[in-house]
Design a protein around this ligand. Sequence first.
Ligand SMILES: Nc1ncnc2[nH]cnc12
Length: 166
Amino acid sequence: MTRDLPIVEVAPGVSVALFNMLGDTDVTEAAGIELARLLPADIDVLVTPEVKALSLAHVLSRESRRPYIVIRKTQKPYMIDPVAREVVSITTGKPQLLVLDGLDVSKIRGKKVAIVDDVVSSGGTLASLRQIIEEVGGEVAAVVAVFTEGQERPEVTALGHLPLFT
Ligand SMILES: Nc1ncnc2[nH]cnc12
């Protein structure tokens, strides 16, 4: 399976080969099935940030038979005691929020968690996700992504690596 990735400038002097799985059923299915094979057997729950990795988390959940929790980018009125962290992501450039609904805390506390993302690049999102998960008593036992980008990330289980153009 091949895709041509457009080179997009996301900040002055920083360009990425943009990988957007949203709406790409074939890539999402293939990547989810492959990553499910690489998932450690003792993982209890998957945690994913909205929105680009959401359908990947669905496939991983189905394949691994583990539930998944979505960390939102905005706080919703229906959330109970939300846990929030600010993050600066490479593709947005602006500070954004990551918010865990308090209702999901009990699904993470005391559990072995795998973080699921599409691309791990600067690691900003990953660091904030870790903080939220650890703050509510979860253990991050794996990080899985379709691609790492830029620097090498031995702690991330990925299917490939993308260059960062600086
Ligand atoms: N190359 C990329 N494509 C999509 N999202 C990204 N986030 C960071 N790098 C990215």
